[in-house]
Design a protein around this ligand. Structure first.
Ligand code: DGL
Length: 261
């Protein structure tokens, strides 16, 4: 089985990593739209257009399913199929996990400007339980910090503190990392929020969601314990390659290829 996964950059590798660990017999084709990153400050029309181009590319590579490992793109592509191929977005599973975890019914969401402006998480949460209060915060500076690899750094700590304080002031007990870059900053976010706050990582949530699809497919025998991961990027710099290798370590990428969409 082949699963296509995409994001604006390397952040979606946090989702791919969770899926590849859970399903090592699956072949993964990852697209990072690094030439056009970030998506989080772009208009909804542009994000939708870029997402469609990437999904068409993945369909051309004959994938069996597509996982939109980007919350910003997920907020614009809500269909469960694209040209007949099952399509999964990260918002539904993240929202459902938060609803299960919250005890006080006060949930925070960190996301890009576009994700927060679409209110995708608060709508998804309220459609499950309308009595939950949702507090959202856009965090445009976190993606560049994650792409730069400054994940354990006093500058990252200062920026995170500034973003999470208004949510902590609302007495949330659960916080959704509503951008696939943020799990790279998870340790710092947890430390700054305090260990009693439950963090929701969409990568883990989607890995559970696609379990049914993968387990229902005819099993090709795993060629090794090492999942096959192909990495395509619209701009392939040594920096992107280096960060991708670090995020996926100890898993290896079988090919790095630059593509035009
Ligand atoms: N990782 C993407 C997300 O989950 C967005 C990053 C960006 O702004 O490009 O929303």
């Amino acid at each position: 089985m082949k699963i296509g996964v995409f994001d604006s950059g390397v952040g979606g590798l946090t989702v791919l990593s969770a899926m590849a660990k859970a399903f090592p017999s699956v072949e993964f084709l990852y697209v990072g739209d690094t030439a056009r990153l970030p998506y989080g400050n772009k208009s909804t029309t542009t994000v939708r257009k870029y997402s469609e181009e990437i999904m068409d590319f993945l369909i051309g590579k004959k994938v069996d399913a597509i996982v939109i490992a980007c919350n910003t793109a997920s907020s614009q592509v809500r269909e469960s199929q694209w040209k007949g191929i099952p399509t999964y977005n990260v918002i539904g599973p993240g929202a459902a996990t938060a609803v299960k975890l919250t005890k006080t019914k006060r949930v925070g969401v960190l996301g890009t400007r576009t994700t927060i402006a679409t209110e995708s998480y608060s709508k998804a949460i309220k459609s499950i339980d309308s009595s939950i209060d949702v507090f959202s915060q856009s965090c445009p500076l976190l993606v560049p910090l994650a792409e730069e690899g400054w994940v354990n750094d006093p500058i990252a700590d200062l920026v995170i503190q500034r973003y999470v304080k208004p949510l902590l002031d609302q007495n949330i007990d659960t916080l959704i990392l509503g951008c696939t870059h943020y799990p790279l900053l998870k340790d710092a976010i947890q430390r700054l929020c305090g260990y009693e706050i439950r963090l929701v990582d969409s990568g883990l949530a989607i890995a559970q969601e696609i379990g049914t699809l993968v387990n229902g497919a005819a099993k090709a025998p795993a060629k090794s314990n090492q999942p096959l991961i192909h990495f395509f990027a619209t701009d392939l710099s040594p920096h992107t390659q280096n960060i991708a290798e670090k995020i996926l370590d100890p898993m290896k990428v079988v090919e790095f290829t630059e593509i035009k969409l």
